[in-house]
Design a protein around this ligand. Structure first.
Ligand SMILES: C[S@@+](CC[C@H](N)C(=O)[O-])C[C@H]1O[C@@H](n2cnc3c(N)ncnc32)[C@H](O)[C@@H]1O
Length: 208
């Protein structure tokens, strides 16, 4: 059943967004690790979900979790809604910066999202967001680590083309550490990602 819904999801996204893009995205998600964090919770809000691929895959493994895909891009949200007979995800059209407007949740996921908002907003945003996490829950961030790597330079080039109006505020590992110590001095974990090639990604877990 799981395998069947996984293949169905890959086919659906491949058909609409390209099979190469879908496969690369799937390979880049540290699926096992992310799944191990979310699987025992009841609600997950995917902030800046885009077309919702990560939530869709997680949902296929965890049908009991309520996944809410939240984004400003109505095209992505419509895609999810039109295919909800397969995806079974909820959608919300909201600006993540209006934190008081966000639904409370056990887990907030921010995959490749934080660098799309201005660096000046990161600290206040994360501080306010952790207040909305249900007791015992967490914020999961996967984002770019500014570094001397080919992966980072390619990310920069692709992001500039796809999101010319966004601030694209990348941070080094040290800057991530500084940010986390300001937001939550004790309850965070920072891990370098690995998915088969030299990766520029960091995984940050912030516990409530
Ligand atoms: C690089 S995409 C990441 C998509 C998805 N998380 C993934 O991993 O595939 C960034 C997404 O954030 C959304 N976004 C940017 N600023 C936002 C904001 N202030 N509020 C809500 N969504 C936002 C964009 O519309 C875009 O879909």
């Amino acid at each position: 059943m799981k395998i069947f819904s996984f293949i169905e999801i890959v086919h659906l996204y491949g058909k609409n967004f390209g099979y190469l893009r879908t496969t690369l995205k799937l390979l880049s998600y540290e699926f096992k690790s992310i799944n191990s964090y979310v699987r025992n919770y009841k609600t997950v809000v995917d902030l800046g979900s885009g077309e919702g691929l990560l939530s869709a895959i997680l949902k296929s493994y965890n049908p009991g979790i309520n996944f809410i895909c939240l984004d400003l891009n109505l095209e992505y949200l419509s895609f999810i809604e039109e295919n909800n007979f397969i995806l079974n995800l909820n959608t919300l059209d909201k600006d993540i910066l209006n934190v008081s407007d966000l639904p409370h949740s056990d887990v907030y996921m921010l995959n490749d999202m934080l660098h799309h908002i201005s660096r000046n907003n990161h600290e206040v945003f994360l501080f306010n967001l952790i207040q909305r996490v249900n007791p015992g829950g967490m914020i999961l961030v996967r984002d770019v680590r500014k570094s001397m790597s080919l992966d980072y330079f390619l990310t920069k080039i692709i992001d500039r083309r796809l999101y010319p109006l966004d601030p694209l505020s990348y941070m080094t590992q040290m800057e991530w550490l500084n940010l986390m110590s300001k937001v939550t001095p004790r309850k965070f974990r920072l891990k370098k990602s690995f998915f088969g090639w030299p990766s520029n990604k960091l995984q940050v877990v912030i516990w409530k």
